[in-house]
Design a protein around this ligand. Structure first.
Ligand SMILES: [Zn+2]
Length: 56
């Protein structure tokens, strides 16, 4: 399961390590998916990953 992390403000929640905006310094972390403030790039990366899994 992914861990959701947030860097220094103003940051959003990241959970894909491939994300270019993945914070180096973690200020906050949680295991449950936050309902808002999700990183757009992480969402895109997640879609690509899920598509790959579905294609296998
Ligand atoms: Zn991200």
């Amino acid at each position: 399961m992914s861990e959701y992390i947030k860097g220094a403000e103003p940051d959003r929640w990241h959970w894909m390590k491939e994300c270019k905006q993945y914070p180096r310094v973690v200020i906050e972390r949680r295991l449950k998916r936050p309902s808002s403030d999700l990183c757009d790039e992480c969402l895109d990366l997640e879609k690509i990953k899920l598509r790959k899994i579905a294609a296998m």
